[in-house]
Design a protein around this ligand. Structure first.
Ligand code: PLP
Length: 438
């Protein structure tokens, strides 16, 4: 590993023109300290920084790069489409084919509207839900992230739900007073909220499996409560599959767990994988609800670059490549990777929990099972920071936060696994040192 002097130089320069030097906060390494790498290339499972260090990439652009970096077919089709113009602001075939592919995979989705980010998809879903029900209240769960729109940037409530407060300056109190925050995996708290406010609740929004507080899968009791309580009270269910969609199965978490259990969302939000590394996301759902959108209905929603042809072909090609063999590989590789992580930490006596939702997983530096945000926050984040830096210095890049999932790709192979296994030896020792306070 060469010293990251070029990254350091660029990061100093970046901070003179971009707040914190980054276009999205978690990239700044604030939670773990140090300087982020400036990337110049990605090939399959590896990324290379501007100091020419190569890393096994377990971030995958936070989800989109499910086929690995610069997949030849994606690159080729993107090039062909871009050569015919990167944007028309008019309909084209690729967005239709992408919508058809999504509908084919996720049965509750009958219509799709494309946008440019997951945040926008969720914002649109909330607007549709409010228009469909004529109600204002939205229920969300503490520790779930749905993008950075005002109304969902609210503090975690604990225990029984409380009407939420804004947790970011710049969010007017009025923008969050229609948001109720409930502890994740707390079916009883959700029941109490519906008892108290049921007739005013437009929708419950949930990450289909929480992965933005680290990976915390929903219990069956909790998932059942989300769907049945919403239905009993005439509220919609918005399943946020921005992270899990088309990653944990050909039809996301819905295809893996909710669909087989007979749970039917009214609206589903997608992002990440469906853009294949380009800015593209979507909201989909039942026809009658989706056709409330203009021009078929009165709910206004629009976007200059929505359904952009280059992003659409990148997403379509990626989805077409995501066949059963890819999911088998992701499942088996994630299983092996999780095992080596856990074994290395156990060998050093580091208290930890490895939690999975399909092929997504994360490691909590805590001895106890994590059911919700409060549990997740109880972990030893300093141990994580040491673990993170040691892995990085030995050629393995994982998300620079203890509250994020690891993302792997179809390109990860046994060589990558060996590099990670070797890097885990010092990383587990570093974590142990931190947790012993040395
Ligand atoms: N919903 C979930 C579950 C997410 O994980 C994210 C981003 O990580 C979003 C929504 C927001 O998506 P975007 O960052 O594209 O705005």
């Amino acid at each position: 590993m060469t010293p990251r002097t070029e990254s350091q130089r660029w990061h100093e320069r970046a901070q003179l023109s971009i707040p914190g030097g980054v276009s999205s906060p978690v990239r700044a390494f604030s939670a773990v300290g140090g300087t982020p790498m400036y990337m110049k290339r990605g090939v399959g499972s590896r990324v290379i920084d501007i100091d020419d260090n190569s890393y096994v990439d377990c971030i995958g652009s936070w989800g989109p790069m499910i086929m690995g970096h610069a997949h030849p077919e994606v690159v080729q089709r993107v090039g062909e489409v871009a050569a015919d113009s990167s944007s028309f602001g008019a309909p084209h075939q690729h967005e239709v084919q992408l919508a058809e592919e999504i509908i084919r995979r996720v049965a509750p989705v009958e219509r799709v509207r494309f946008v440019s980010s997951g945040t926008e998809a969720v914002m649109t879903a909330l607007r549709i839900a409010r228009a469909a029900t004529g109600r204002n209240l939205i229920v969300k769960f503490a520790g779930c992230y749905h993008g950075h729109m005002d109304s969902l940037l609210v503090q975690a409530g604990s225990g029984v739900a409380t009407l939420a407060m804004a947790n970011s300056p710049g969010v007017p109190p009025g923008h969050v007073e229609d948001t109720i925050v409930v502890a994740y995996n707390d079916a009883e708290a959700l029941r109490q909220v519906f008892d108290a406010h049921g007739e005013n609740i437009a929708a419950v929004i949930t990450e289909s499996a929480a992965a933005n507080m680290g990976v915390v899968p929903p219990t069956t009791e909790f998932s059942d409560a989300v769907f049945t309580l919403a239905q009993e009270h005439g509220a919609l269910v918005i399943l946020d599959e921005v992270m899990t969609g088309f990653r944990v199965s050909p039809a996301g978490w819905w295809g893996l767990v909710d669909g087989p259990a007979g749970r039917v969302p009214d609206l589903v939000t997608f992002g990440k994988v469906i853009g294949g590394g380009f800015p593209l996301a979507a909201v989909g759902g039942r026809r009658d609800v989706m056709e409330l959108l203009a021009p078929t209905g009165p709910v206004y929603q629009a976007g200059t670059l929505s359904g952009n042809p280059v992003a659409s072909i990148a997403g379509l090609t990626t989805l077409q490549l995501c066949q059963p063999d890819v999911y088998n590989h992701l499942d088996s590789f994630a299983h092996q990777l999780g095992e080596v992580v856990s074994e290395a930490l156990s060998a050093e006596g580091v208290a930890h929990r490895l939690q999975r939702a399909g092929n997504l997983f994360s490691v909590f530096f805590t001895p106890d099972e994590v059911h919700n945000f409060a549990d997740a926050k109880a972990q030893d984040t300093e141990a994580f920071a040491r673990f993170f830096h040691s892995l990085l210095d030995n050629g393995v890049s994982i998300p620079p936060s203890a509250f994020e999932a690891w993302f792997i790709s179809a390109a990860h192979d046994q060589d990558d696994l060996q590099i990670v296994a070797d890097a885990l030896v010092p990383a587990a020792k570093a974590a142990a040192g931190a947790s012993r306070g040395s």
